[in-house]
Design a protein around this ligand. Structure first.
Ligand SMILES: [Zn+2]
Length: 415
């Protein structure tokens, strides 16, 4: 990491400096009528801060905040928003708590495994602060419900982990004129910003197009340091409190970039793009997209073509192996993943070595080549490269090692 220096990555743009004037906005929420005696006792450490005082706490009490996702970022965000006294907290998540979540999703505990994440998070919020009204949305956020759900809240905190939902959250927020606090995490790197098209850029101004399929791995594919969630989630909550109460200078028009290995936080200016498809001067996106998954493309067109008639299930792979078929099973994941769990008989050749062509000489032309990865995305990309290189009979395993565990050997650890 020593070879990095501020401003090195050109996409980061102009750095901002402490004290440099940014933007100051009025409070988002009117104050509640009063605080009860119990609330005064509970929030006393807030009330004695000159910038907050009773009035700021009354604004928090009157606030309605929705947290999209009760996962890595949603966990610390919901816990601190609850403790801070945000009066109404919405939680939307359709997933259930899995053992592999507990390394970072601290709002859930061991006894919550298998339980709805939204319900589990709601129980923790009630335990932290009984004065919070919790609204549970135990559903998938989609184009049919996103407007109706968002319109019930003053502010959105985006804790989603995939590009399709991220673009939908942005588009809905811009179309409804709602501010939202965005965060993202990967391995040791975090980013956060406030997107509010009325006062600054939106997510599409920063990232007009989703990354090419397979370019940016998810945390499930690439991993994330658990505590990174707290670092980025706490920025999100800080910004939410500032916006709701009108304190300080919000992260509108600025991107905060956190590097846990260097232990640096850097603010970078981001500008509203006059050509933004959504919030620019001549928008081309004037409604929610029909299909955000399609917009973000799970796999590239080449990979989608390659897998047609060249996909087998994990069960079929097992049958081939049991029947003694002459095949080479190539695991295209990374070495760290191979160490965790592997399909018996597989050899490791990471995807990048296949895409670059380096590994092609290691593959036999006269045996059946079977590729697999964790979920079937990377192996589809590798399959496209192999087919282009003349391996016309090569196939890949649908659902990757996770399907193998589900269909063939549940004793192996899913990760
Ligand atoms: Zn925009």
């Amino acid at each position: 990491m020593a070879d990095r220096y501020p401003g090195e990555r050109q996409w980061l743009g102009t750095p901002t400096y402490p004290g440099e004037s940014t933007v100051s906005l009025p409070p988002l929420v009117e104050p509640a009528a009063e605080l009860t005696v119990d609330e005064v006792r509970r929030y006393s450490r807030h009330l004695i801060i000159p910038d907050v005082r009773v009035e700021g706490q009354k604004r928090l009490k009157n606030s309605r905040v929705l947290c999209v996702g009760a996962g890595g970022l949603g966990s610390p965000a919901l816990m601190y928003l609850a403790a801070a006294g945000v009066g109404t907290l919405g939680i939307i998540d359709f997933d259930t708590v899995d053992e592999s979540n507990l390394q970072r999703q601290i709002i859930h505990g061991q006894s919550d495994i298998g339980r709805s994440k939204a319900e589990s998070a709601a129980a923790s919020v009630r335990e932290i602060n009984p004065y919070v009204d919790v609204v549970v949305h135990n559903t998938v956020l989609d184009r049919d419900n996103v407007r109706e759900i968002f319109s019930q809240y003053d502010l959105i905190v985006d804790g989603t982990d995939n590009f399709a939902t991220r673009y939908m959250v942005n588009d809905a927020a811009v179309l409804l004129g709602k501010p939202y606090v965005w965060g993202s995490i990967y391995r040791f790197d975090g980013q956060a910003s406030v997107f509010w098209a009325e006062h600054g850029p939106c997510y599409r101004c920063l990232y007009p197009e989703p990354p090419p399929p397979g370019m940016v791995p998810s945390c499930a594919e690439g991993g994330v340091l658990g505590v990174l969630c707290a670092s980025v989630g706490s920025i999100q909550v800080t910004e939410a409190i500032k916006l709701l109460t009108g304190i300080g200078e919000p992260l509108v028009g600025r991107l905060m970039v956190y590097d846990a290995l260097e232990m640096t936080y850097r603010g970078v200016k981001i500008r509203k793009d006059p050509n933004c498809a959504l919030c620019g001067e001549h928008p081309t996106v004037t409604d929610l997209l029909e299909d955000y998954e399609d917009f973000c493309g799970a796999i590239s067109d080449e990979a989608a073509d390659a897998v047609v008639d060249s996909t087998i299930t994990a069960g079929e792979l097992k049958e081939w192996q049991d029947a003694g078929k002459d095949l080479i099973l190539v695991d295209v994941r990374e070495p760290a993943e191979y160490d965790i769990v592997r399909i018996p008989g597989s050899v490791l050749i990471p995807k990048d070595r296949i895409l670059s062509g380096d590994a092609l000489a290691e593959l036999p032309q006269d045996r059946q080549v079977v590729l697999h990865c964790k979920t079937g995305v990377r192996s589809a990309e590798a399959l496209a490269a192999l087919k282009a290189a003349g391996f016309r009979d090569a196939v890949h395993v649908q659902g990757g090692v996770l399907s193998w565990i589900k269909q063939v050997d549940p004793s192996l650890p899913a990760y």
